[in-house]
Write a protein that binds this ligand. Sequence first.
Ligand SMILES: Nc1ncnc2c1ncn2[C@@H]1O[C@H](COP(=O)(O)OP(=O)(O)O)[C@@H](O)[C@H]1O
Ligand SMILES: O=C(OP(=O)(O)O)[C@H](O)COP(=O)(O)O
Length: 399
Amino acid sequence: MSIRNLDDLLGEGVSGRRVLVRADLNVPLDKQTGEITDDGRIRAVLPTVSALVQAGAKVVVCSHLGRPKGAPDPQFSLRPVAGRLGELLGAPVHFAEDTVGDSARSTVEGLADGQVALLENLRFNKGETSKDDAERGAFADQLAAFGEAYVDDAFGAVHRKHASVYDVPARLPHVAGRLVLREVEVLSKLTGDPERPYVVVLGGSKVSDKLAVIEALLPTVDRLLIGGGMCFTFLKAQGHEVGTSLLEEEMVETCRNLLERSGGKIMLPVDVVAADAFAPDAAHDTVPADGIPSHRLGLDIGPETVAGFAAALSQAKTIFWNGPMGVFEMAAFANGTRGVAEAITKTDAFSVVGGGDSAAAVRALGLDESSFGHISTGGGASLEYLEGKTLPGIAALES
Ligand SMILES: Nc1ncnc2c1ncn2[C@@H]1O[C@H](COP(=O)(O)OP(=O)(O)O)[C@@H](O)[C@H]1O
Ligand SMILES: O=C(OP(=O)(O)O)[C@H](O)COP(=O)(O)O
């Protein structure tokens, strides 16, 4: 990568300088208690933050969490993340109650050398995600005022043309952090000439984001296995009823075209676990993929599908997996994700798992992380990288 990195910045000396770090601290939270259920993304940014602390910088960390709608929303506050980041760093993290307002200004001004602040959720501000260049730019001006240099370590968000990712680096000396550098190094192994068969597994719930990627990936992969919330739009495109499962009605036609042009590369579930409700204790059964009852929703792939996916994976020499196969957070619907993950660990393929929730699933299911070649912090970001797209966050670092 022909971009400057953290070592270049450290080499210039950062003692006493304010350094703005864009991190992806979008961690899963327990819906009831609000507690962090997986701190992998916080741990992933520690090498960068710790290096800056040790070098005596005043470190101002910013991130998004979830998808709030451009205004403060307490359920998406980064406050619990500040606590956890402080525990992991072994020093308190000063939390600003807003992102660019009075609290942020006084928190940043109060930082001593080697101290860390975390600003409140970037997406509490309309300017962060705005499609309007001027609106994004105005927010980027405010953010950039908090730093004398900018470090992008938010690999999970490099595919977003957002103010903190795309516009701030145009306003400050900028470098890639340790995580971004490592992710790009590993993923570039999959874009060159991956050893074949190359099998991609897709699931999760960000259906419309990821459907767009399939078209670009199809020519480069040998097999594409589709489960999770993704699969129902495809099953519908095959003419099956999907009950109340996750469905992108406006993408059904796109999926029909993809299936026609896929040359048989796409493998869909043959059975699914269909439940009465989106709840851990909901009544559920395994049903054929073409027989989902109208009042039920598919929350996992079934055992026959797992066996078929495992057989396809056993042949692979390169594997990329993004998106859980079911609602793994609920034990009743975790078997598909566990089955696919275990099948991946049994192969001798070079395997990459990408995505906040996919990585969290690997850990939550107690799988051995070292059985995978690489666990990426970005799902959508790694998919778009594999697509060969110029990612806004990377392009901004290059310029
Ligand atoms: N059949 C399904 N219906 C609804 N949600 C699902 C289904 N399968 C998986 N999910 C959900 O998808 C979420 C992860 O999706 P996504 O954000 O796309 O993955 P990642 O973060 O790994 O990129 C998980 O919270 C999981 O519960
Ligand atoms: O969780 C994320 O992406 P992922 O689910 O694709 O891994 C990133 O934090 C980006 O979040 P976004 O998809 O709301 O922009």
